[in-house]
Design a protein around this ligand. Structure first.
Ligand code: NQM
Length: 378
């Protein structure tokens, strides 16, 4: 497959992730050609992504494709693509709330949205899920100002706050209809408040839930149990076969140690997150609020207000989640999210032209002396 030899690209940190942001019009419209180009831009497949922009970790191998929306209810459309580091795969099967934080500022800087004089709110349609978000950020004098005083755990220094509001979700929070299931013998709550997530008491897997991501990733028996659990949970959550999907995520829960509601270690789904995803945290927080879920007896929710402090390996993420838990006034009794909101930061790192690795050359013919051992003598 061939394609453009150079592409306009903006590299941004969005929350605790980093990704390449593109205008949809700068990429091939056809998904297979687009994905082939993105693999070559990011340097996949290669565990080091040495020949591309990717940072050799799922959290730094992400792409946002942004365009003006044709739906008057929105300003822009945002498609999130996860570029798999070590396999030639690009998937749109998950959304990303961290990369979302950069979409509004990118849309203003690239002329898709007219900025306000002090701040700008951008209405974003998230194509992966069909859900929406409104991002508000400072634009003093009609220019995006990435600098500011907001601090988020997992990112050094401070930057301008990007306030993200998610309106009421349209999908049920409990994909199986149950607040608690047993999957591969393990008690779980299967929840989706923007990110399909399996909540698991850490103790049920024989870990404390306070281990470092590196310690957890070094445990092959744990990896096997998580894989088995995820493959079984995927179809139950309506996700079909998730063998090569990046969802559902798996969050291990333990009692909070630093004044928050709960401590988490989240697998996304193979590597362990160094913090936690935004929508992953939204799903955890929603799960904590559901009476009868596996978090009961582990989590400690604040007596008042919507804010839930989710502890993670590098600090905490505060997220506002207001749940309608269903019940007597609701004949269906299906819990839904009334509102979810979070503060993130984002920063433009570079804006310029990226040069994709050339499309794969045809395989060279075998050497006439036999074999193709890749040696320099060929
Ligand atoms: O859950 C990582 C991240 C994410 C996703 C992942 C995210 C979210 O931290 O909204 O942001 O779970 O793959 O970027």
């Amino acid at each position: 497959m061939t394609g453009p030899v150079e592409v306009r690209c903006t590299l941004m940190r969005g929350g605790t992730s980093k990704g390449a942001y593109f205008l949809a019009g700068d990429l091939p419209a056809e998904p297979a050609a687009r994905d082939d180009l993105l693999l070559r831009i990011m340097g996949s497949p290669d565990p080091r992504q040495i020949d591309g922009l990717g940072g050799a970790h799922p959290l730094t191998s992400k792409v946002a494709v942004v365009s003006a929306s044709d739906d008057p209810a929105y300003d822009v459309d945002y498609l999130f693509l996860q570029v798999v580091v070590d396999r030639p795969e690009v998937t749109d099967r998950q959304n990303c709330g961290n990369i979302l934080a950069g979409v509004g500022p990118f849309a203003v800087e690239r002329g898709l949205v007219a900025p306000g004089d002090r701040e700008t709110s951008v209405r974003i349609r998230m194509l992966n899920t069909g859900e929406s978000a409104v991002a508000t950020f400072p634009t003093p004098g009609g220019r995006v100002d990435h600098t500011g005083t907001a601090e988020i755990a997992g990112v050094p220094g401070t930057a301008a706050a990007v306030v993200i509001e998610f309106p009421p979700g349209t999908t049920p929070l409990l994909p199986t209809g149950n607040v608690r299931d047993t999957v591969t013998g393990i008690p779980v709550t299967l929840v989706d408040n923007g990110m399909p997530t399996v909540l698991i008491p850490a103790a049920a897997l024989g870990v404390t839930g306070y281990e470092s991501p590196a310690e957890l990733e070094a445990d092959p028996a744990l990896a096997d149990r998580l894989r088995e659990l995820r493959l079984a949970a995927g179809p139950l959550m309506g996700l079909g076969d998730v063998t090569s999907a990046t969802v559902p995520k798996l969050s291990l829960l333990a009692p909070a140690r630093d004044g928050g509601a709960v401590a988490t270690r989240t697998f996304i789904p193979v590597r362990c997150h160094t913090s936690i995803g935004v929508l992953g945290a939204a799903s955890v927080a929603a799960g904590l609020r559901l009476p009868g879920g596996v978090a009961e007896g582990i989590a400690r929710l604040p007596a008042q207000g919507d804010r839930v402090r989710v502890e993670h390996p590098t600090g905490f993420l505060d997220i506002d989640v207001d749940i309608d838990a269903g019940g007597p006034g609701d004949p269906g009794g299906t819990p839904t999210a009334r509102r979810t909101a979070v503060v993130r930061t984002a920063r433009k790192i570079f804006d310029g032209t990226v040069f994709p690795r050339p499309a794969a050359a045809p395989t060279p013919p075998a050497h006439p002396l036999g074999g193709n051992d890749g040696s320099a003598a060929r």
